[in-house]
Ligand binder design. Structure first.
Ligand SMILES: *[C@@H]1O[C@H](CO)[C@@H](O)[C@H](O)[C@H]1NC(C)=O
Ligand SMILES: *[C@@H]1O[C@H](CO)[C@@H](O)[C@H](O)[C@H]1NC(C)=O
Length: 463
């Protein structure tokens, strides 16, 4: 997930439809009605060892994006060689076309047997943010395993997805799998620094070929465990003049209503009677720094420069502000609000880089991508009993693909506890070996689910 640093009064935000889920135990649902014989997602001991070793090897290649012009191209090239070595079947299968785009990004076109089915796309990225050694229990590019966890930069953002996708495909191909529905795998190499040479070029290539996608699945959201109950732990808001609370616009309100029954008294009462308790729920969401980002445009002063010498009064001061825009607002609205709050003619505003939040992806009964994800989540994570649409705060490469589809879903099949949130771009980023195996299993199942018609949806309220 990218965090742009390069914005002068920048309005950079991305709130796509993600999928939030909450865990609670509940049995397996009815099995999908399937046409092709299903390949069970069971892996041998040898395969499981090879799987985690492949991830460790990927972590050891320091594919760092320092800035849009400063990427470790040696590492990016090495990474291209590495995936050829660890996933030989993917590269030699006749119905898979592999192309290198923008020098270091990779596009795989997996041709399905039924051209009448609209293709979909899986996204992941090769690059990672920098990781100075300080504070890490093990060196950040060592890929060392400790107490069942693989440590290193990229273990959850986003080499887990990248390696998981190719690994699942490799294992399916070894089992002679032939997909019915075509799909693309796009691996960008500069996602952390805007994706201009990777994702943007892949998207242009596919647009030139006239490709239209049923949906896209990218990193972004997780299986949230303990996030909303976390509302009990208030967190100070540092902003003096925050942007207006937009709670009630966008999928968040619906998600909370769907989740109402999952909570004990009195939260369930509040959530299922939003007509009355909306202001209260909205205030509660504001009090936690994570949920706060879901109800309003967030404002972060990331850089401030003034002065050149201790005994010279500076003539100019310059500040860089990074906004993440709520889906119900636009760049222009946020800019106007900021100007009104500052209300000082001496301050000039320059937009360094900005894009409006994309439209909300469909999540109704007919939304293929959403329903397939639901189905796979419920079979691979049977303890998760509710899948709800959500809002994802953060940028991903997916924004470059908005011309190719209306359905962009951000979901990483991993548990995320509030305390793990800081691993993303932080120190001691890590993934448990078990969680990674489950991620591979998820993709293995998902690719097969995409070949079947999604089963009829049980209505959420009946759960
Ligand atoms: C770039 O990657 C190579 C390995 O591919 C590594 O040897 C080198 O130290 C890296 N450079 C930086 C600046 O991280
Ligand atoms: C989408 O298509 C329009 C019209 O062809 C083009 O101007 C725009 O740049 C495209 N956007 C992306 C993100 O590719």
């Amino acid at each position: 997930m990218a965090r742009p640093y390069i914005c002068l009064l920048a309005l950079a935000a991305m709130l796509l439809l993600g999928i939030a889920t909450i865990s609670r135990s509940r049995g397996l649902r009815d099995k999908a009605h399937q046409s092709a014989p299903r390949i069970p997602s069971q892996f041998s001991q040898e395969e499981r060892v090879a799987m985690k070793e492949a991830l460790k090897g990927a972590i050891q290649i320091p594919t760092v994006s320092f800035s849009p012009k400063e990427l470790n191209t040696t590492a990016l090239a090495e990474f291209g060689e590495y995936i050829r070595k660890v996933f030989p079947t993917v590269f030699k299968t006749s119905f898979i076309r592999h192309e290198v785009v923008g020098e270091y990004s990779h596009l795989f076109t997996v041709h399905g047997s039924d051209p009448s089915l609209q293709p979909y796309m899986l996204l992941a990225h090769i690059d990672v943010v920098p990781a100075p050694d300080e504070g890490w229990d093990v060196p950040p590019f060592s890929g060392l395993e400790r107490n069942g966890f693989i440590y290193g930069r990229g273990t959850i953002d986003n080499k887990n997805s990248l390696m998981g996708i190719l690994q699942a495909l490799e294992l399916l191909l070894i089992r002679n799998y032939i997909p019915r529905r075509s799909f693309f795998i796009a691996l960008g190499h500069d996602e952390e620094v805007m994706g201009v040479n990777g994702a943007q070029k892949i998207s242009a290539l596919l647009q030139a070929r006239g490709v239209q996608l049923a949906f896209i699945v990218d990193e972004g959201s997780f299986i949230f465990d303990g996030f909303i109950p976390g509302l009990k732990n208030p967190f100070a808001i540092l902003e003096q003049t925050p942007m207006p609370n937009m709670f009630g616009d966008g999928p968040m309100k619906m998600a909370l209503q769907e989740l109402a029954n999952e909570f004990s008294f009195p939260t369930n009462l509040f959530l299922s009677n939003m007509w009355l308790f909306r202001p209260l729920v909205s205030r509660l969401m504001e009090r936690n720094y994570i949920t706060n980002a879901l109800v309003r445009t967030t404002t972060a002063l990331t850089m401030f420069n003034s002065g050149i010498k201790v005994n010279v009064i500076p003539a100019v001061a310059q500040a860089i502000v990074d906004f993440r825009i709520h889906p119900a607002q636009t760049v222009q609205e946020v800019l106007k609000l900021a100007k009104d709050i500052v209300a000082d003619d001496r301050v000039q505003f320059h937009v360094l880089n900005a894009f409006d939040p994309p439209p909300i992806s469909p999540y109704d009964d007919q939304a293929l991508g959403y329903q397939l994800l639901r189905q796979t989540i419920q079979s691979v994570f049977p303890e998760v009993n509710i899948v709800v649409p959500g809002t994802c705060v953060g940028n991903t490469d997916s924004r470059h693909y908005s011309n190719l589809t209306t359905g962009i879903y951000l979901f990483n099949p991993l548990y995320l506890q509030p305390q793990s949130f800081r691993f993303v771009h932080g120190i001691n980023e890590r993934i448990s070996v078990q969680a990674y195996e489950r991620q591979v299993k998820f993709i293995f199942e998902f690719i097969q689910d995409a070949d079947t018609d999604p089963r009829p949806v049980p209505h959420l309220h009946e759960l």
